[in-house]
Design a protein around this ligand. Structure first.
Ligand code: HEC
Length: 151
């Protein structure tokens, strides 16, 4: 192999490594991914809301839910890759997700930041901090839905 060909193949291999997790998925799979991740987020928020309302104790399970939520918020954006627009399946994602993509990404980033903070206060068993931060986290869900999800 000459040097140029070798360098090109290394570049291709590196690009493949750097590619987002979504790159291997079909458009329909991307839609399923994002909808499944959204439902996964809801599944964490549900039991945590009892703690936020003071109806349940902040427990090990709460810490796990907050950590799982924080991880899911990092996966969600992959399902909104531009190719997902080609999918011929029902979706409530508005076209604005891609038309105003910078704004959409900012909302996604805000949720990641708030969810990471929620996991932090949960790990500290800071119930008062948790109650406040749970509000900030779910507000981040709502503001994105208001602008980017069809009713
Ligand atoms: C950055 C924007 C954004 C954020 C933040 C966001 N969502 Fe969503 N969510 C969407 C969009 C867009 C859809 C519609 C997806 C589709 O139908 O393809 C959606 C759909 C959903 C659905 C319906 C899934 C289905 O197909 O049945 C649930 C449940 C949901 N989100 C929960 C949440 C929760 C809980 C949070 C916060 C922890 C959250 N979302 C944060 C944009 C967002």
């Amino acid at each position: 192999m000459n040097r140029l060909v070798w360098m090109a193949s290394v570049a291709v291999a590196l690009a493949a490594l750097a590619a987002p997790a979504s790159a291997q998925l079909k458009p329909e799979e991307l839609v399923k991914l994002r909808q499944g991740v959204m439902i996964g987020q809801k599944a964490q928020v549900g039991p945590m809301s009892a703690v936020a309302k003071g109806e349940a104790q902040l427990s090990d399970a709460t810490v796990q839910q907050a950590e799982t939520l924080a991880a899911l918020t990092k996966l969600a954006p992959a399902g909104f890759a531009p190719e997902s627009q080609k999918a011929n399946v029902p979706t409530k994602a508005k076209p604005e997700v891609w038309q105003k993509n910078e704004e959409f990404k900012k909302y996604a980033q805000t949720l990641q930041t708030e969810a990471a903070k929620l996991a932090e206060v949960a790990r500290k068993r800071d119930t008062e901090g948790f109650k406040k931060q749970f509000g900030a986290t779910t507000a981040a869900c709502k503001s994105c839905h208001d602008d980017f999800r069809a009713q």
